[in-house]
Design a protein around this ligand. Structure first.
Ligand code: 6XA
Ligand code: ZN
Length: 345
């Protein structure tokens, strides 16, 4: 069965004008055209089975995440406007060292700070609807795999892997990969692995499963000393309690090329195999590409084909969720390279 894609055009409802970057407001790197490039390449290269997903099912999200966070996301825009705020939602005040980390303010400006970990990410009127449509694609891909397909691709936008159980940031609002991993568990998979090949550490996915031994998280990413999200993603974060040993980080320095990167990938693949995963979620960002404007690895386009081939060798039922990648045209090429490598392994 050829790889099927799930995609909702409602991602367009999320398009903030502003991203705080280098002390300036710029047009966000995470913009609607990203998925258009992927979509065009999919069609061009024969991945023409593209389906619109049914509405998102928020019930698994409510069980996995903080319901207060979901309520916040849903009403944030109305509350922000009701308070008389003129612009897009941007977090200006976040709880810092020495302050209360667990008391939710009543005021919307305070709430935004409580539920946000990175102020580059703005919210607009359509953000919640777009985040739900992104989740809907991931869930439809999961159902397709549960029904017997070996793999499916969810062309998610906005991405999800930075969203924790109660915080947005890094362009992410709902952690699609984590919710899908939970749905795979609910559907009967005893052990689910989430492999995150996006350039950035998947802090949200790590956060959600850190204390659990039934979902393994492995992430290859720019070392936190040098890369967002800066405060998490070290190799010594290996899980806690039941999750001890089920979190694996591969932080790598600026300039890392494919030889070193692929060695880390092989290690992650071996660990996932040895652990006995019976299903896989792939957090697929393509910002490890050498020309990505906000990243510092040096992967070339053909490397993404090889990446897909290696991951396919796990031979696990796989849901692939789109995460980051900002070198506009190359986002399409590199994403489809991974899918093609995966399919033709
Ligand atoms: C801007 C960096 C956000 C990174 C988003 C991303 N502070 N995550 O690509 O995978
Ligand atoms: Zn990224």
């Amino acid at each position: 069965m050829p790889l099927k894609t799930f995609y909702s055009e409602n991602h367009r409802l999320h398009f903030p004008q502003a991203e705080l970057s280098g002390g300036q407001f710029v047009t966000p790197f995470e913009r609607p055209s990203r998925v258009e490039y992927v979509l065009n390449r999919l069609k061009e290269r024969g991945f023409s089975d593209i389906e619109k997903p049914a509405e998102a099912d928020l019930e698994p999200a409510r069980r996995l995440l903080d319901p207060g966070y979901l309520d916040f996301l849903q009403t944030a825009w109305a509350d922000w406007k009701a308070e008389g705020m003129a612009g897009e939602i941007i977090a200006a005040n976040v709880p810092a060292r020495g302050m209360h980390l667990d008391r939710v303010p009543a005021n919307i400006d305070g709430k935004v700070g409580y539920y946000c970990h990175a102020s580059e990410t703005a919210m607009t009127a359509g953000t919640w609807a777009a985040a739900c449509s992104s989740l809907a694609s991931a869930q439809a891909a999961q159902r397709h795999v549960a029904a017997g397909a070996s793999a499916a691709f969810a062309l998610c936008r906005p991405p999800g892997h930075h969203a924790t159980r109660d915080q947005y940031g890094g362009y992410c609002f709902l952690n699609n990969a984590a919710i899908v991993a939970q749905m795979m568990r609910d559907g009967g998979a005893d052990r689910v692995a989430v492999l995150d090949v996006d350039f950035h550490h998947g802090n949200g996915t790590q956060d959600i499963f850190y204390g659990r031994g039934d979902v393994l998280f492995a992430s290859l990413h720019g070392a936190p000393q040098d890369a967002y999200p800066y405060f998490i993603g070290y190799a010594d974060e290996t899980g806690k309690g039941d999750g001890d040993g089920a979190n694996i980080n591969y932080p790598m320095p600026p300039g890392t090329g494919y030889a070193v990167w692929a060695e880390a990938l092989e290690n992650a693949i071996a660990r996932i195999g040895d652990w006995g995963a019976d299903a896989l979620v792939l957090s697929l960002g393509v910002d490890a590409y050498k020309e990505d404007p906000i990243s510092f690895f040096k992967l070339d386009s053909p490397d993404f084909i090889d990446m897909g081939q290696r991951i396919a060798r796990l031979s696990l039922p796989t849901v692939i969720c789109m995460e980051g990648g900002y070198a506009i045209e190359a986002v399409g090429i590199n994403t489809v390279n991974v899918l093609e490598g995966f399919e033709n392994a």
